[in-house]
Design a protein around this ligand. Structure first.
Ligand code: PMP
Length: 384
């Protein structure tokens, strides 16, 4: 049997059309966008073309509102630390949902040493932010609130418009990590009232090594990396033109194709959820309907997610995840699963499937069969 890849969220292949588009920026059009000669001007034009394509994906006011970075972790750090440091004179209170990615939570926690205060807003058992708690925690000194568009461990989509209204009634800026949502569901920073939004290239089938931060006109932010004045002075360093050009093309293709591709993936996802939930003591994690179209996440009692992942890989050549790839090597349960109220032993039995271009409905029986056999086998071996 050919392998079946179900971990698109931790890494995706580069779309062949993007790959072809990018190639010339490694060979012929490799110039430095800051150089004044013709090669530099051509590189500058390619950079600006990518900026326009990314701006269009999220309906930004203009391309100048997109700042390219070396990845989404860097973009999240720039959003959090750049806003906090620039607006410290107004207030030092920071808010975030308890299920933010560690690339948001860790820079926020890092600011505590400099006198900032951080409060985490709880979520319910499906991962939806508690709006009443959010409202009670926001004050005039709250300079930044960070709530992700959708969660990568459980697929839940947050009510961003309502969050935005609440944030802007009393607080200052809303930052939204849209890594998991971009290219899967429509994003509109103007309609949703978002001040800062972060995007990853690879999650759009672009190359690794590029990310972007949208900064709404008028938002006060300062750089966290210092050097040359690239990217409106907000991200110093020669631009990674090859990766950025690829990210732009990936964003263009996502704008055109996401509606059709997402409904195709949603049908496969629904088939998987329906079948996998027939396994005894299996549960869906995250929201049953307000979830990303390509995302199916489960927990199984009495077995460990790592054993599921390794057995599925070794015996069936099917690659799944246990949750956040970035922290999975720690063998700690995902902080997201604990935040939705699961006990440690429940959170340990988690399995996440994220679907992508190479998946099709014909794979459903093989995947379900592999999960069923894996769960049976591990439970038979389990001392629990
Ligand atoms: N935010 C979210 C929601 C993520 O899922 C991830 C991981 N894919 C990141 C940020 C960080 O991504 P990277 O490690 O590629 O910078």
């Amino acid at each position: 049997m050919c392998g079946i890849y179900l971990d698109y969220q931790s890494a995706s292949p580069v779309d062949p059309r993007v790959h072809e588009f990018m190639e010339r920026y490694l060979s012929c059009d490799f110039g430095n966008p800051s150089a004044l000669h013709s090669r530099g001007l051509a590189a500058r034009a390619a950079l600006e073309e990518a900026r326009t394509k990314v701006a269009e994906l999220i309906n930004a006011e203009g391309p100048e509102n997109i700042i390219f970075t070396g990845g989404v972790t860097e973009a999240n750090n720039l959003a959090v630390r750049g806003v906090a440091q620039r607006n410290a004179g107004i207030g030092k209170k920071l808010l975030a949902s308890s299920i933010e990615h560690i690339s948001v939570l860790n820079p926020l926690k890092g600011l505590l040493k400099s006198g900032y205060e951080l409060a985490l807003v709880p979520v319910d058992s499906t991962g939806i932010i508690d709006l009443a708690q959010l409202e009670s925690l926001i004050s005039k000194e709250t300079i930044l609130t960070s709530v992700m568009y959708a969660n990568s461990d459980i697929g839940t989509i947050e009510p961003i418009r309502e969050v935005s209204d609440m944030v802007h009634e009393r607080g200052m800026y809303l930052h939204v990590d849209a890594t998991a949502a971009a290219g899967k569901i429509p994003l509109d920073v103007q309609k949703e009232g978002i001040d800062l939004l972060t995007l990853s290239s690879n999650d759009l089938y672009g190359p690794q090594g590029a990310g972007a931060l949208y900064v709404k006109p008028g938002v006060r932010i300062q750089p966290v990396l210092f050097g040359g004045g690239q990217e409106r002075g907000l991200r110093a360093g020669t631009e990674n033109l090859y990766a950025i050009a690829g990210m732009g093309e990936a964003a263009r293709l996502a704008s055109l194709e996401k509606a059709i591709e997402s409904s195709r993936l949603q049908a496969i996802r629904d088939g998987l959820i329906k079948e996998i939930l027939t396994i005894e003591q299996s549960y869906l994690t995250g929201h049953p309907t307000l979830r990303l179209p390509h995302h199916a996440s489960f927990r199984f009692s009495r077995i460990e997610g790592e054993s599921i992942l390794l057995t599925m890989d070794a015996m069936f050549n099917i690659q799944v995840s246990t949750g956040s790839a970035c922290s999975s090597r720690t063998l700690e349960p995902s902080h997201v699963l604990l935040a939705i109220g699961l006990k440690h032993e429940q959170a340990h039995g988690s399995m996440v499937m994220t679907l992508g271009k190479e998946n099709n409905p014909d794979q459903i029986p093989a995947i379900v069969n592999a999960v069923r056999k894996t769960v049976d086998r591990l439970r038979a071996l389990s001392p629990l």
